[in-house]
Design a protein around this ligand. Structure first.
Ligand code: GTP
Ligand code: MG
Length: 212
């Protein structure tokens, strides 16, 4: 069940569709939260950790996700009506993707980020175990300029020595202009904290507290 709490806040995720073109995006009829970050940063893994099920495809091969995949989330019961939608976006900044795939990226992601009316939060993932990158800085600023609400999640914090976590988080805060939420999909550290923020952005208060 991952990091999702039991009871009223337990998430039930259903894969809706994978889109390669804005015409394929689902109707914007639910509050939507997008997961963005460089290839291999752990977007799909974090999404799975948040919902407590392996719904998003993860891979050791960077740049694997080339589509926008949408997942509808119901709370409390799998039979309940969905209350929010998560979007797993393709990774950016991976040099080995084919040139045509690199050209494809902005074509269907940029209109999504700029125009998607139901998009209420962008979770930008940055890898806590490597130095911050210009592409992370670019993405956070681009989203702010588009008027998007941004939460920065610092992933793979299990790979950072405990004594260095505070320094790394402070460095990211200075670099990106906001405090990151340290998370690990391996250990579930910080996952519930992030889940609370995801629900909050959709106007949903967590009822079940922090108990699993
Ligand atoms: N140690 C550690 N490894 C992780 C964590 N999250 C993901 N990984 C690993 O990082 C690799 C990439 O994970 P994905 O979730 O597929 O990354 P992604 O950002 O969705 O990648 P693309 O879809 O290719 O852009 C996999 O080998 C994961 O097992 C984490 O919290 N800790
Ligand atoms: Mg992925």
């Amino acid at each position: 069940m991952g990091a999702s709490p039991s009871g009223a806040d337990r998430a039930f995720a259903t894969f809706l569709l994978s889109a390669v073109d804005p015409s394929q995006f689902p109707k914007p009829d639910l509050p939507e939260i997008a997961f963005l970050g460089r290839s291999n940063v752990g977007k799909s893994s974090l999404l799975n950790a948040l919902v407590g099920a392996k719904v998003a495809f993860t891979s050791g091969t960077p740049g694997r996700t080339r589509t926008v995949s949408f997942f509808d989330i119901a709370l409390g019961s799998g039979k309940a009506a969905p209350v929010l939608r998560l979007a797993d976006l393709p990774g950016y900044g991976w040099a080995k993707i084919s040139r045509s795939a690199a050209r494809e990226w902005p074509k269907f992601v940029d209109p999504y980020l700029s125009e998607r009316e139901s998009l209420c939060l962008c979770v930008v993932l940055v890898d806590a175990s490597v130095p911050p990158q210009d592409s992370d800085h670019y993405m956070v600023n681009r989203l702010r300029e588009a008027g998007r609400r941004v939460v920065v999640a610092a992933t793979k914090v299990d790979k950072v020595p405990r004594s260095k976590v505070v320094t790394v988080m402070n460095g990211l805060k200075v670099f990106l202009g906001q405090s990151p939420v340290p998370v690990s999909s391996r250990t579930d550290d910080g996952v519930l904290d992030l889940w609370r923020q995801v629900l909050g952005s959709a106007g949903i208060a967590m009822k079940g507290g922090l108990k699993r």
